[in-house]
Write a protein that binds this ligand. Structure first.
Ligand code: BG6
Length: 266
């Protein structure tokens, strides 16, 4: 995985792994945007904790015990095009993937870096039958202290948490306690506030949002441990009621962009 693709622009730099088309690290305006766990185990075919894993073709745990968050993050993608500040990678069904999800598909992710880190995703149905899928771009943001961070942009949206009923969320999302909340229909721009810094998560066509940080429960997670205060996951995708159904020859396109800026006083 040390054969990562380096992206460079006037505004920053990023490293993208062919495994999972996963942005591993990104820095914009001289500041780290993404968090890569210092305890991440970098092994072929295994999920890597940090950056922006691509969860596809399902999100979260699978009812039949298949790999959590699908297989796209564990497979090698093919580089389709590469420039200094942009790379396009693709993943198609393979015998290995078909054993888990028996559909013919083509997934493409273009990652570009300027003052924003931009992800343009497309999913094509190459099969003779329709299929449905969920996905998420599972960003791990580098923050000063997750417990002090908040998320704006989710007020009024339905919030679902394991072990809780789904309820409308009102106001700011606080991260002072462990959180694993899915907002299946929450289109619009989100802000992660970290002191004077604001991380903006925008895009088109990704209706769902997820906020995740296990808090002190992460002490028992091998690749997080004591580092749980260093990140917040604020994810975008289409999950649950927003899952996408594609007819044969159909194509789904969506995008997400990430920007980090200083908050305006007042
Ligand atoms: O450990 P994984 O498979 O990368 O998943 C991490 C987390 O990912 C989040 O998106 C989920 O909401 C959490 O439930 C999950 O624990």
């Amino acid at each position: 995985m040390d054969d990562c693709i380096e992206l460079i622009s006037a505004h920053g730099r990023a490293r993208v792994s062919r495994q999972g088309a996963q942005v591993m690290e990104a820095e914009i305006g001289g500041q780290p945007l993404l968090w890569l766990s210092p305890l991440a185990s970098i092994e072929a075919g295994k999920p890597v904790r940090g950056g922006v894993p691509v969860c596809f073709p399902w999100f979260g745990k699978h009812p039949d015990g298949l790999p959590a968050h699908g297989f796209a993050r564990n497979q090698d993608w093919v580089v389709q095009a590469q420039q200094a500040d942009r790379v396009v990678l693709s993943l198609q069904d393979s015998p290995e993937g078909r054993a888990l999800w028996p559909h013919a598909f083509r997934l493409e992710l273009a990652i570009s870096l300027d003052e924003r880190l931009q992800f343009d995703l497309s999913v094509e149905n190459l099969d003779t039958q329709p299929f449905s899928f969920s996905y998420a771009l599972h960003s791990y943001f580098a923050v000063t202290d997750s417990r002090q961070c908040t998320v704006e942009g989710l007020s009024g949206r339905l919030r679902r948490e394991v072990g809780h009923v789904t309820t409308p969320h009102h106001g700011t999302v606080l991260l002072d306690q462990p959180i694993d909340a899915v907002f299946e229909t929450a289109a619009g721009t989100l802000q992660l506030l970290d002191g004077q810094r604001e991380i903006v998560v925008g895009g088109e066509g990704m209706r769902s949002a997820v906020v995740w940080n296990p808090g002190m429960h992460a002490e028992g997670i091998a690749d997080i441990g004591p580092h749980w205060t260093e990140y917040v996951c604020l994810e975008r995708g289409n999950i649950g009621v927003a899952a996408v159904m594609l007819a044969p020859a159909g194509r789904h396109v969506a995008s997400m962009w990430l920007e980090s800026r200083l908050r305006q006083p007042g």
